[in-house]
Design a protein around this ligand. Structure first.
Ligand code: FES
Length: 268
């Protein structure tokens, strides 16, 4: 990509192909679900869908020419309900199946994907009233949550940069490069209250500002994706759950704010 204008083209192309999908199946590929066999479910799904006459689309970049009954099958980051994994969610109906095993796949394809039927014994049962919950909107664990940082988690394939762009990924970086000065970026970050999560809790905007005014032709941005709590991996969950590319927006903005003005000066 050479210009920010290309972001709109990529978004438009992605949305055009997405509209041609009959369904989307999201298989949770967070650590807990993988440990419980979600990747076997993921590959069984592909096999059974293809064997039943569906066109299996994993990646719009390599599968641009869609025809027939196209089903988009993607992994997601951890959706937070690990004890009930592997989770399989079917869109647009938002049906969530829990504790899915590879042997359930034939029934899922035949009943839900082909015939739009819900398989009751794969739904989560609300332990307080014994009712089957069709999806996240009915599951008590999710119902009381309002997700801010992880709002896209479970909806997006974290490894698909085009999907990230289709959901306005890099929009903030575009604004930074096209409409703001380096000083304004530092001010916005300082006003946001963003700060380190280690012992010092140092305000991020002030840190950027100090680097910005430093007179030196070499400045470094280091993002280690870890935090103070050993083994907590909160930031790893954010990176793997939302998009591997989301942190690039912050790095690009950070580099710009610190007067690393030319993208060629940035090494990722
Ligand atoms: S790993 Fe799937 S819900 Fe956490």
């Amino acid at each position: 990509m050479n210009t920010t204008m290309e972001l709109s083209t990529i978004k438009q192309e992605y949305c055009t192909v997405a509209e041609q999908m009959q369904k989307r199946i999201v298989v949770c590929a967070g650590t807990g679900c993988i440990a419980n066999g979600s990747m076997k479910v993921y590959s069984e799904l592909q096999k059974h869908l293809a064997g039943t006459g569906f066109e299996v689309v994993l990646d719009f970049h390599t599968d641009k020419h869609i025809n027939g009954n196209a089903v988009h099958v993607t992994p997601s980051g951890c959706q937070g309900f690990c004890a009930q994994g592997p989770l399989v969610t079917i869109y647009p109906e938002k049906i969530m199946y829990v504790q899915v095993k590879p042997e359930d796949v034939t029934e899922i394809v035949h009943k839900t994907i082909k015939n739009n039927q819900i398989i009751e014994n794969l739904l989560y049962i609300n332990p307080t009233n014994g009712q089957h919950c069709k999806g996240q909107d009915e599951i008590p664990f999710y119902k009381r949550q309002k997700r801010l940082v992880l709002d896209e988690c479970g909806l997006i394939n974290p490894e698909d940069i085009e999907e990230y762009i289709s959901r306005d990924g890099y929009a903030a970086a575009k604004k930074v490069f096209s409409q703001m000065t380096d000083q304004e970026v530092c001010q916005v970050i300082e006003l946001s209250g963003l700060r380190g999560r280690g012992g010092g809790g140092f305000p991020t905007g002030r840190k950027w500002q100090l680097t910005r005014v430093e007179q030196n032709d070499k400045k470094y941005v280091i993002c280690n994706g870890d935090e103070g709590d050993p083994g907590a991996f909160m930031q790893l969950v954010q990176t793997k759950g939302l998009s591997m590319f989301a942190s690039n927006t912050l790095w690009l903005s950070s580099g710009y704010a610190k007067q690393l003005k030319m993208p060629k000066n940035m090494v990722f």
